[in-house]
Ligand binder design. Structure first.
Ligand SMILES: Cc1cc2nc3c(=O)[nH]c(=O)nc-3n(C[C@H](O)[C@H](O)[C@H](O)COP(=O)(O)O)c2cc1C
Length: 216
């Protein structure tokens, strides 16, 4: 089942007008919520946007990528840097049943808590976690027959794009300086089915055995 979804998934950028049912959207979001993360930190937030005015702003934020405007629903995928703060991080550790001593060890360890290293490292690790959640959502969308496209080329803290859309969308989505809108996941039923073309590097170019450059 998973391999089917992996093989058949493709970026879908043209959608029919059919809205996505809430029950379907919720399943896609649930797949993201259940994704794995570093010490279960879950440093992500997902904001579902269907409002035309907000979509119009997201369209500008994405440098006018048509699929953003055309999608009946857009999931704003946000890295939540505050998740690494002692209060939040400690809470998920307690839920895991971690004792007080271990919790303190994890929260104060530079190896395990990137927020002790700095903003850049925290952002990097948060984006890393978010990637798993977004991957899971794309696969669940595929499984449910919903077309999806990840849109990472947007005005935000990562692209340093020189316009004020990044700030406008942060305000619109109620994001703080601890929240980074990393990417959008545009969702909709595919307009007309096109063939899946997997343009990928050959197996032996990306896989090695024991050391880089040897075939598996
Ligand atoms: C992190 C990330 C960001 C992406 N950003 C964009 C984007 O801004 N616009 C777009 O049209 N596609 C975007 N894509 C889709 C890729 O172009 C696409 O996944 C890739 O070409 C492989 O094609 P496939 O998804 O159909 O297999 C992005 C994909 C990823 C993983």
């Amino acid at each position: 089942m998973v391999m089917n979804a992996i093989q058949n998934r493709k970026s879908v950028r043209k959608y029919s007008n059919k809205p996505i049912e809430d029950s379907v959207l919720k399943k896609i979001l649930e797949a993201g919520r259940l994704a794995p993360s570093w010490v279960n930190v879950q440093s992500w937030k997902f904001i579902v946007v269907t409002n035309p005015e907000t979509k119009q702003l997201l369209y500008e934020v994405s440098g006018r990528q048509q699929q953003v405007l055309a999608a009946p629903a857009v999931i704003c995928c946000v890295a939540d840097l505050s998740a690494w703060e002692k209060t939040h991080f400690g809470k998920v550790l307690q839920q895991k049943g971690v004792d007080e001593e271990t919790e303190k060890f994890i929260v104060t360890s530079k190896l395990l808590n990137p927020s002790l290293l700095g903003e850049y490292e925290t952002l990097l690790r948060s984006v890393e976690q978010l990637t798993y959640a977004v991957s899971y959502m794309t696969l669940e969308a595929q499984e449910l027959g919903v077309g999806a496209c990840i849109v990472g080329a947007i005005s935000n803290e990562l692209t340093h794009k020189d316009d004020n859309y990044a700030q406008q969308i942060k305000e619109k989505l109620n994001l703080s300086d601890k929240h980074v809108l990393v990417e959008l996941l545009t969702l909709g039923y595919e307009d007309s089915k096109t063939e899946t073309k997997k343009l990928r590097k050959p197996f032996n170019e990306v896989v090695s055995k024991e050391k880089l450059g040897t075939n598996y």
